[in-house]
Design a protein. Structure first.
Length: 693
């Protein structure tokens, strides 16, 4: 971790004890903006009959509450009928006064399906108010719940949990975070209502003056709040139908704040990646992707008891980035229609490494892709647990770097932490990285690709790859977070294991010990904690296009065009220090994955209803997508948006190092069935030392 800290700080040109770098903005200005200062001036009218800047219902930050349709405009050409219309003056500024260009966000037709709803309610006491915490999600659907999240298209209420930002250092800059417990429906519009809010003494909080006017009698057209009242009417009607009254005897007081927002459509979330995938595959004309073998190394059994041969090479992939070869820091090259387009002749190399198990000498191994961890690289496919999995269960694992979130992308990540406007350099290159993996997968299963190459055959010409069963996927940590997106768009993967996984980096980062070096840099560039929450929310809108959060609705059902039926097995390390369990739970609900039970020993979970909303598997074996929990005895995770610092042993690597867990993975990838490997009891991960060459 210390190496990553140094790399991030060095790449950004910061000293943790020194002053932040000067970035400037498009006008050349480097005038600092005081963090937590008053809202910027409203810009000119955006064509909707009102101004497009700060929501007059907000408080101490221009974008609050967020996400919010106040920051959209009508667009009859978009699938949702809306388009984001963020103004630069409304976006958070870094320490040097630079605000991001909103163009990458304003291409979107809605907000993230996993958006954390961010608002500020001064003097609110969640306990006195009775707001649903992470340990009692079911409380969010109670008839008298103080916060109501309702789908305006269906009238159904959505579950959530709420937490004050535990990272805030000032009460007047503390965000209230409302997390959907299951991803919201693509293209749908949601209304949010906050009612019967109380302070620490149990006294009702006063209704803000602006909201009282907007929620009250019709305002004259000349009133500055008339446009806001007009736009809020549909949300207020939806809340009323859900039983949320605006008034009670004695005057206005039941509803203290309300707003609405639209979730992005499937086309908006997946369109760029599907565009480059389809264009690149059309270019193959049914042929195998071009590739070259750059190295072959054979091992004796004494040298490696698991692997007989290591093969290295590179697949040539069309590049849709704006720089020849698509290096770190590139963005999409976009055509006049805004869609990614290939610069003439632009390609990049997906460098790969394959590990062929010793068992393939007698029975050809199934081909599989392996996904590496956070800002790592393809050589993680040579880890002991991956090699053991290959030999024990007959898989040849091949890996390429996750371009966009590989080791060479650390400077780009550092730059994005210093300036949110640089974030597309990470999220758009990440989509190219997913295309690279699609091409490597196609090369692994195409009869004229790697299976036909002498490097993947014995000396007498017998195949070492068995492609009759298709392509599998196994990834851990970041490989699980990104792997869901890969499986969702792959034309070749039918089953995959997402190890120690979750989704939605905006939800994950505050809860991960891995975020510590990133936080150190972010604190220098965006020191205000409320701005940091808005940073994460805005970043997630772009991250959605390259990680599972944007593809969850199509991973196990409603499959994307050009893809087969997918099944996934999620392996979870209970109390994981790096990938928070709550993010895995949200993912399981979104996928409709069933829970392998018993998941935990009685009394182990602090939740009122452990694994609320995740349907249990009553009998194994089970054919379908599932979540399997592995318990190494680590303390239960924090119930705040903080990492489990000081919680002793980190179980993050334990499932993959357990022979029983690998047996469950192997059975699933080969048969599609989830089997009992724990004797009907909760699964406990017992790592076994493995030999490394």
């Amino acid at each position: 971790m210390g190496t990553l800290v140094g790399a991030l700080v060095g790449a950004l040109g910061l000293s943790l004890a020194g002053a932040p770098v000067s970035y400037g903005d498009d006008s050349g200005s480097t005038r600092p903006v005081q963090q937590g200062s008053s809202q910027p001036a409203l810009p000119a009218d955006n064509g909707r009959g009102r101004q497009s800047g700060c929501d007059p219902l907000g408080t101490s930050a221009c974008l609050l509450p967020f996400p919010n349709d106040w920051f959209t405009r009508p667009d009859p050409r978009s699938p949702t009928g809306r388009r984001l219309a963020l103004d630069r003056t409304a976006l958070p500024a870094n320490s040097q006064g630079t605000r991001p260009d909103p163009a990458p966000w304003n291409r979107l037709d809605g907000f993230s399906p996993g958006s954390t709803l961010t608002v500020q309610v001064p003097d609110l006491d969640p306990d006195a108010t009775g707001i649903a915490p992470v340990t009692d999600i079911g409380l969010s659907l109670a008839p008298d719940a103080p916060i109501v999240l309702v789908d305006m298209d269906t009238g159904k209420r959505a579950p959530y949990w709420v937490e004050p930002d535990a990272n805030a250092t000032r009460p007047d800059r503390r965000a209230l975070l409302i997390h959907p417990a299951k991803n919201l429906v693509e293209g749908h519009r949601y209304a949010v209502g906050l009612r019967m809010l109380r302070d620490a003494n149990g006294a009702p909080l006063p209704v803000p003056e602006a909201f009282a006017k907007v929620a009250g009698p019709r305002l004259p057209a000349t009133d500055p709040l008339a446009a806001r009242q007009r736009e809020l009417r549909p949300a207020l009607r939806a809340l009323a139908r859900a039983g949320v009254a605006r008034e009670r005897s004695g005057g206005l007081g039941r509803l203290g704040l309300a707003w609405d927002f639209t979730v992005a459509s499937r086309q908006s979330l997946t369109g760029d990646l599907l565009t480059i995938r389809d264009d690149a595959l059309r270019g193959l004309g049914g042929s195998a992707p071009p590739y070259a073998i750059t190295g072959v190394k054979d091992f004796t059994e004494q040298q490696d008891p698991y692997i007989t041969r290591e093969v290295r090479g590179e697949v040539t992939v069309p590049s849709y980035l704006d720089t020849p070869g698509g290096p770190p820091g590139s963005r999409f090259h976009r055509g006049s229609d805004g869609a990614p387009r290939q610069l003439p002749g632009n390609t990049q190399k997906a460098v790969f490494r394959c590990e062929i198990p010793r068992s393939a000498l007698t029975k050809p191994a199934r081909p599989a892709l392996y996904g590496h961890g956070l800002f790592g690289g393809r050589d993680e496919v040579g880890g002991g647990n991956v090699r053991a999995m290959a030999e024990e269960h007959g898989f040849t694992f091949c890996a390429t770097d996750w371009a966009g979130m590989a080791r060479e992308d650390v400077p780009t990540a550092a730059a994005a932490l210093g300036d949110l406007g640089r974030f597309p350099e990470l999220s758009e290159r990440l989509q190219q990285g997913l295309l690279n993996a699609v091409f490597l997968g196609r090369a692994l299963v195409h009869p004229d690709g790697l299976p036909a190459d002498p490097a993947l055959r014995t000396a007498d010409g017998r195949p070492l790859l068995d492609t009759t069963h298709g392509l599998a996927y196994d990834g851990n940590s970041q490989g699980g977070i990104l792997g869901g997106a890969l499986i969702a768009v792959s034309p070749d993967i039918e089953r995959g294991v997402l190890g120690v996984t979750g989704m939605n980096y905006g939800l994950l980062l505050n809860r991960s010990v891995d975020f510590a070096p990133f936080r150190a840099v972010l604190d220098r560039s965006y020191p205000d904690k409320l701005d940091q929450q808005l940073y994460l929310g805005l970043a997630q809108l772009l991250w959605d296009h390259g990680e599972t959060n944007g593809y969850a609705a199509h991973l196990t059902h409603d499959h994307l065009p050009g893809t087969p039926h997918h099944q996934v097995l999620m392996h979870i390390a209970y109390g994981d220090h790096q990938v928070a369990n709550v993010a895995a739970d949200v993912e399981a609900r979104a996928l409709g994955a069933r829970l392998v039970t018993p998941a935990l020993a009685a009394g182990r979970s602090p939740d009122r209803t452990p694994y609320w909303g995740i349907r249990p598997i009553r009998r194994l074996p089970y054919r379908g997508s599932a979540m399997s929990v592995w318990d190494s005895g680590a303390p239960s995770p924090p119930t705040t948006n903080t990492p489990p610092t000081g919680h002793g042993h980190d179980p993050h690597s334990d499932p993959r190092n357990s022979a029983a867990a690998r047996a469950q993975k192997g059975a699933f990838l080969t048969t599609g069935r989830v089997i009992d490997v724990c004797g009907g009891a909760p699964c406990t991960a017992t790592p076994v030392p493995l030999r490394n060459p």
